[in-house]
Design a protein around this ligand. Structure first.
Ligand code: S3P
Length: 453
C-alpha cells in the first residue's frame, strides 16, 4: 500500500500571499443534505472537494438523488422530504463523522432500512450519543456494542419505520456540546409528529439552524436552546443557491503558520466568520496575535470576511493560550492549530474542557502531546486538560499523523518554526478536508515536499 509523507523545512523567508479556501466542510454537508431534501433544483458552488463531503454526496446519490457537476457548480435535483429511496448497498461514510451522524437523523425517519459503515477510525467513534435519543423518539437504530468503549459504534443498522409510522416529539438535553448530535436530532425532527426541543451545554456551530431557517423550516433558537415545531408547516424546503464560504478550520492552519515566521503577511479570502467557528481568532488575539477581519457580507445566512495576518499587532505571539468552557467549544477543531501556536509562544498554555478531542478522527489529546514532544518541547495531558509549555523547537522532528488530517497540518505548520527538517508520515488523510493545503502553503513561500513511498 502506498503512503504519502511530507518533508517540511524551517521557513527561510516570511510567508506572503492571498488565497481562497475550499468551502466550509460543515456547511457543505448540510448544503448537500438540504438540497437533496428540498423541492426543486439547488446550485452549490465552492464545495470543499474533500473526501468527507464526497461521502455525504455519494450517500445521497445512493438514495436516488440526482446530482451533476456543471462547471464549478454542483446541481442537485431535490426529491422532497418523502422522495428518498432505499439504498441498494451499505452507505460508506469513510472517515466522516458528520456524514454518519447527520444522515442517521435522516435515515431513522424513513420507511426503508439502511446500514452505515465507516473506516477504522470512524468505527471507533461514539454513536450512542445519537442512537439513544433517536430511539427515544421511536427510531429503530442500533450501533454495534463496543465493550471496551462501553458505547455503540459503527456499523449502524437502521430499520424502516413500520408502514405509516412517524417519529415522536423529543425534548432533550444534550449531555455533550455537539453540533453533530444537535443536527442529527433536528434533521429527524423534519419527519416527526410534534416538536423537537433541544438544549446544549454550550452553543455549538449553528449552521443547521441557519440553513433550516433560511429554507423555511419553522425553527426558533434562544441561547443554547433550539426548537423545531412543524405544526402547520407544509413540509416543503426551498432549494438552495449557495456559494459555500471558505472553511475557517482550514484557514486556522494558515493563520497560525503566519505566526510562526516573523514578518509574514497573508490574507485568506471570503472565510466563514460565524462566531461559533471563530474562537481560534479570539485565542490568538489574547496571545498577542490574531487576524484582522475585513467583513465581506453574507452568503446563505453566514457572515464572511477576509482574514489578514501581518497588519498592526497581528502575527506575533506574546503570551500563552488559555482556553476552556464555551470558548473551547467554539475552537474545538482548531485546537491542533492552536497547540502549534502554543508550542512557540512564551509561557504555559492551558487547554481545559477539551475531553471531546479524545473521540475525534484520532485521540487528538494523545496525538498532540506526542507531536509537541517530537519537536523537543514539553506538553502533557490530565483528564480533559492539555498543557503545552512553549519554547524554541530544537532541530526537526518526525511526527505521526495517526491518520488525522488536523494533526498532519498542525505538525507541518509547527515545522516552519523548527530548527531542522520535519517529516510527517501518513498525510493522505489531509484529503478528507483540505486537499490543497500543501499547495497553498508552498504558494506562500514555505518549503514542503510531498514524498510518495
Ligand atoms: C461538526 C461538529 C463537530 C466538529 C466536526 C464537525 C459538524 O463535531 O468537531 O468537525 O459539522 O457538525 P461534534 O459534533 O462531535 O462536536
Amino acid at each position: 500500500m502506498s503512503s504519502r509523507r511530507w518533508r517540511v523545512q524551517p521557513a527561510a523567508t516570511p510567508l506572503r500571499g492571498a488565497f481562497d479556501l475550499p468551502g466550509d466542510k460543515s456547511i457543505g454537508h448540510r448544503a448537500l443534505i438540504f438540497s437533496a431534501l428540498a423541492k426543486g433544483t439547488s446550485t452549490l458552488r465552492n464545495l470543499s472537494g474533500g473526501d468527507d463531503n464526497l461521502r455525504t454526496r455519494a450517500a445521497l446519490a445512493a438514495m436516488g438523488v440526482a446530482m451533476r457537476d456543471e462547471g464549478a457548480a454542483l446541481v442537485v435535483d431535490g426529491v422532497g422530504l418523502d422522495g428518498l429511496k432505499r439504498p441498494s448497498h451499505d452507505l460508506d461514510c469513510g472517515n466522516s463523522g458528520t456524514t454518519m451522524r447527520l444522515l442517521a437523523g435522516v435515515l431513522a425517519a424513513q420507511d426503508f432500512s439502511s446500514r452505515m459503515v465507516g473506516d477504522a477510525s470512524l468505527s471507533k467513534r461514539p454513536m450512542g450519543r445519537i442512537t439513544r435519543p433517536l430511539r427515544g423518539r421511536g427510531a429503530r437504530i442500533e450501533g454495534t456494542l463496543d465493550g471496551v468503549r462501553r458505547d455503540e459504534v459503527a456499523p449502524l443498522e437502521i430499520l424502516a419505520l413500520d408502514g405509516g409510522k412517524r417519529l415522536f416529539e423529543l425534548e432533550y438535553e444534550l449531555p455533550v456540546a455537539s453540533a453533530q448530535v444537535k443536527s442529527c436530532l433536528l434533521l429527524s425532527g423534519l419527519w416527526a409528529d410534534g416538536v423537537t426541543a433541544l438544549r446544549e451545554p454550550h452553543v455549538t456551530r449553528d449552521h443547521t439552524e441557519r440553513m433550516m431557517s433560511s429554507l423555511g423550516v419553522p425553527l426558533r433558537t434562544m441561547g443554547s436552546a433550539v426548537m423545531l415545531d412543524p405544526a402547520g408547516w407544509d413540509g416543503v424546503l426551498a432549494p438552495l443557491d449557495l456559494d459555500v464560504p471558505g472553511d475557517p478550520s482550514s484557514a486556522a492552519f494558515l493563520v497560525v503558520a503566519a505566526h510562526m515566521v516573523a514578518g509574514s503577511r497573508i490574507a485568506a479570502r471570503r472565510v466563514c466568520t460565524n462566531p461559533t467557528r471563530t474562537g481560534f481568532l479570539e485565542v490568538l488575539r489574547d496571545m498577542g496575535g490574531g487576524a484582522l477581519v475585513d467583513p465581506k457580507g453574507e452568503r446563505g445566512g453566514e457572515p464572511v470576511g477576509n482574514l489578514q495576518v501581518g497588519i498592526g499587532n497581528t502575527g506575533t505571539l506574546r503570551s500563552a493560550a488559555r482556553v476552556g468552557g464555551e470558548l473551547a467549544v467554539r475552537c474545538i477543531d482548531e485546537i491542533p492549530a492552536l497547540v502549534a501556536a502554543a508550542a512557540v509562544a512564551p509561557g504555559e498554555s492551558v487547554f481545559d474542557d477539551v475531553g471531546e478531542l479524545r473521540v475525534k478522527e484520532s485521540d487528538r489529546i494523545a496525538a498532540l502531546v506526542e507531536m509537541v514532544r517530537a519537536f523537543g518541547l514539553d506538553a502533557d495531558a490530565q483528564g480533559d486538560t492539555l498543557t503545552v509549555r512553549g519554547g524554541r523547537p530544537r532541530g526537526g522532528a518526525v511526527v505521526r499523523s495517526h491518520g488525522d488530517h488536523r494533526i498532519a497540518m498542525a505538525a507541518a505548520v509547527l515545522g516552519l518554526a523548527a530548527g531542522g527538517e520535519t517529516l510527517i508520515d501518513d498525510v493522505a488523510c489531509v484529503d478528507t478536508s483540505f486537499p490543497g493545503f500543501a499547495a497553498i502553503l508552498r504558494g506562500l513561500g514555505a518549503t514542503l515536499d510531498v514524498v510518495e513511498t
